[in-house]
Design a protein around this ligand. Structure first.
Ligand SMILES: CC(C)(COP(=O)(O)OP(=O)(O)OC[C@H]1O[C@@H](n2cnc3c(N)ncnc32)[C@H](O)[C@@H]1OP(=O)(O)O)[C@@H](O)C(=O)NCCC(=O)NCCS
Length: 241
């Protein structure tokens, strides 16, 4: 079976990533720079590094109440090993949690430049389609998004996708009875789109950012060992037939 790749290979006992010797990357470049390199094929500028670092920091964890946070803790409490619990948490990411970044980026990249934003939002609302990247189960304002947009303005990545994402936010909130903040998936999707990332890779970027948080929750669960996590019986309503 033959693979043709421009990503990584071992040549004469040395590993090369996108044409750079790994020893050089180890000595002279950060993990964030190397993530950009491996995904995009070239080393990032200083501004790209600063922005990507901020994006990963913003998404590193969101507490044990999230779908993936709960799942890793429950799985670890059942005495699975670390990577099984981690895999379970990643598999818990879907269109409503973690995976919304992909739908948001696809929506932004397909519709950016749309002049009638209010009309577009209205159509989605009439068809009862939720726009990914907006809304939050707990927060009315997502301060992570605000901090990221501030950084994007500072380093020059607040472009047409960010403008569009905020225009959608305004139109959506004019038409909604409930506050629908632009959440972490939405702000990451808009900024990464302005940085030139394709929507098809977005979920990977969210997972890269969130894995350290999930590992920390699993490790805490393993070492504190609060026993097997289970719903209280009072939280289960049996309706029978
Ligand atoms: C995150 C989310 C699940 C939180 O849901 P919630 O706070 O429990 O809100 P509800 O499911 O009770 O919805 C409340 C109302 O807001 C609307 N709404 C919620 N999110 C919406 C969105 N992204 N686009 C349009 N309308 C939305 C619902 O349709 C509902 O309207 P209705 O009362 O007229 O039926 C929800 O906002 C959502 O599905 N967002 C899109 C996915 C996403 O971005 N996920 C990442 C979260 S960080």
């Amino acid at each position: 079976m033959k693979y043709t790749t421009s990503i990584t290979n071992i040549v004469n006992e040395h590993e090369f990533i996108r044409g750079y010797a790994l020893e050089e990357l180890i000595k002279n470049h950060s993990f964030v720079e190397t993530i950009f390199l491996i995904l995009r094929g070239q080393l990032p500028t200083e501004k790209e590094t600063k922005m990507l670092n901020a994006l990963f920091t913003a998404a590193i964890d969101h507490g044990p109440g999230t779908a993936s946070g709960q799942v890793v803790r429950i799985t670890a409490s059942a005495k699975n090993n670390l990577h099984t619990s981690l895999a379970a948490g990643i598999l818990a990411m879907g269109e409503r949690h973690g995976g919304a970044i992909e739908g948001a980026a696809k929506f932004f990249q397909f519709h950016v430049g749309e002049e009638h934003v209010a009309g577009l939002v209205k159509t989605f609302k009439q068809e009862k389609i939720r726009i990914p990247g907006y809304g939050h189960a707990v927060l009315k304002v997502d301060h992570r998004s605000k901090a990221l947009f501030d950084m994007a303005r500072e380093v020059g990545f607040f472009g047409k996708h960010c403008e569009f994402a905020l225009a959608v936010h305004d139109a959506l909130n004019e038409q909604s009875s409930k506050p629908l903040p632009i959440n972490i998936d939405g702000s990451m999707a808009a900024i990464l789109s302005d940085m030139g990332f394709d929507w098809q890779i977005m979920k990977g970027l969210f997972i890269i950012a969130r894995v350290p948080g999930l590992v920390a929750h699993i490790y805490e669960e393993m070492t504190n060992d609060a026993g097997l996590r289970r719903l209280d019986q009072g939280e289960i309503e049996y309706v029978g037939r």
